[in-house]
Design a protein around this ligand. Structure first.
Ligand SMILES: CSC[C@H]1O[C@@H](n2cnc3c(O)ncnc32)[C@H](O)[C@@H]1O
Ligand SMILES: [Zn+2]
Length: 444
């Protein structure tokens, strides 16, 4: 249960500035950070006073030899796709979707979605992700899984149009929003989710934009993932995918979470400049599907927020955001042929506070600050691949793996401690996941 938690003697990485790294203690009361204390004498006195006022303490965690940082925020995911991981690799996006994913998804029952999303949540909690943005079907099941696991999530009913079930799908999107926005003690928020320019014709896209505007909620959509998408949208509408969304008015009022943004030209960027929201960069998925390298640094130079996601495990094969951070950084070094092109710290920001901005949660999570939600991870640094520790930020960006996460806390609740999952029956999740995945992929 959330109550009074004292994290002692950690290397605290607040993500409020590159130099804001120090050894100290954190007090958590209920769901929020009550205090952050360094080793200076006055801060020690403040800590002692706070502890004295508390009286009883529910839990102390000795975090010496560990780093504590804000939980990672995966800005683009399809959680149930963990059931479809590593069964159909080495295909191009459209072939992979049409020949493998869509047919497997057509077999998915609500129970499959529930267990597939729980499998992803187990993997995320284990690897230090505390919040994720999800776009999928049967979202009620995912919301229940979020409620039970204690994670924080932004949920979206993905809308693929192309048959006569448009109204039914729109209604499901509305039902999700009405039932779950602000649910699970405020840990769940929602968005509207037209899937992509190539699966959403103009009339339907306009209808979703109107809906989102009437609910004052954001939109989550795939954009400009492949060259094929650019060619297809050009053929249909004589526009780039970014221009297509711009001309439909997507960027006028709404906060928009764009997934991928790989094929965005200099000219396209002028459509995005000043937009609310931004782009989830998903380097693992982009590399695996051979999509290309997103112009991350150019977008950021134009003031467009770029956060970090994995995409579903069906394409990324892993939900380990530390692998995503490393990939994002190495890709840009390689792309520019310049190892100094961007700092390690900047990529950690993308996975924390910048992703939080994309989910409109930056007032609550993404940094360690008094009054913010206690979404924290402890990383065990006392390992051969992390020692000697010259520079903790470099170690986290280039050498830490999800398996180094020792403790995961969301909303003040400890979800994993000493690598034991506390809100999930891991054996049951593994068993259900493996059994269900066999049926979904049989013959595909
Ligand atoms: C209708 S729910 C979401 C939908 O998105 C599909 N999907 C998974 N990964 C990607 C990707 O990289 N690009 C586009 N669409 C993707 C998933 O299979 C679901 O059908
Ligand atoms: Zn996706």
């Amino acid at each position: 249960m959330s109550a009074k938690l004292w994290i002692q003697q950690a290397t605290i990485i607040t993500m409020r500035g590159e130099e804001d790294v120090f050894v100290g203690d954190i007090l958590v009361e209920e769901d929020r950070i009550l205090g952050v204390y360094g080793l200076q004498q006055d801060e020690r006195q403040q800590l002692e006073q706070a502890i004295a006022q508390w009286g009883t303490i529910d839990r102390t965690i000795d975090a010496s030899g560990m780093a504590v940082m804000p939980g990672l925020i995966n800005a683009h995911q399809h959680t149930p796709m963990n059931l479809l991981k590593c069964f159909s690799d080495d295909l191009k996006l459209m072939d992979w979707l049409e020949q493998k994913m869509f047919p497997a998804e057509a077999r998915m029952t609500p129970e499959d979605i529930y267990w597939g999303s729980k499998l992803s949540m187990a993997e995320m909690i284990r690897s230090g992700t505390t919040t994720f943005a999800d776009m999928y079907i049967h979202m009620n099941q995912i919301a229940h899984a979020v409620e039970e696991t204690g994670m924080r999530a932004s949920l979206t009913r993905g809308l693929v149009f192309g048959d006569d079930r448009v109204q039914e799908r729109m209604q499901e999107a509305v039902d999700l929003v009405e039932r779950w926005h602000g649910g699970a003690d405020g840990r769940i928020t929602t968005m509207f989710g037209p899937h992509a320019p190539y699966t959403c014709p103009p009339d339907q896209l306009r209808a979703v934009i109107q809906l989102a505007e009437s609910y004052r909620l954001p939109i989550h959509i795939h954009l400009a993932e492949t060259r094929e998408e650019t060619a297809q949208i050009d053929e249909r509408y004589g526009q780039t995918p970014t221009q297509y969304l711009y001309e439909l008015g997507l960027f006028q009022q709404l906060h928009v979470l764009l997934a991928h943004g790989v094929h965005i030209s200099e000219h396209d960027m002028s459509y995005l400049e000043g937009m609310r929201g931004g782009i989830s960069h998903n380097p693992l998925s982009n590399m695996k599907l051979g999509c290309g390298i997103a112009p991350v640094l150019e977008l950021q130079r134009r003031g467009i927020t770029v956060g970090l996601g994995t995409d579903g495990a069906g394409s990324a094969s892993t939900l380990d955001m530390f692998a995503g951070i490393r990939a994002a950084s190495l890709l840009q070094k390689l792309h520019y042929g310049d190892p100094a092109i961007e700092s390690a710290y900047r990529f950690l920001q993308m996975a924390t506070i910048d992703s939080a901005r994309l989910l409109q949660l930056d007032h609550e999570v993404g940094t360690i600050e008094i009054g913010k939600k206690a979404d924290l991870i402890l990383i065990d640094l006392n390992k051969p691949h992390l020692q000697p520790l010259h520079h903790v930020i470099s170690a986290i960006a280039y050498a830490v793996n999800g398996a180094d996460v020792h403790t995961t806390i969301v909303n003040g609740q400890v979800l994993m401690h000493k690598r034991e999952l506390l809100t999930l029956d891991e054996q049951q999740v593994l068993k259900e996941g493996s059994m269900r995945s066999k049926r979904l992929v049989a013959g595909l």
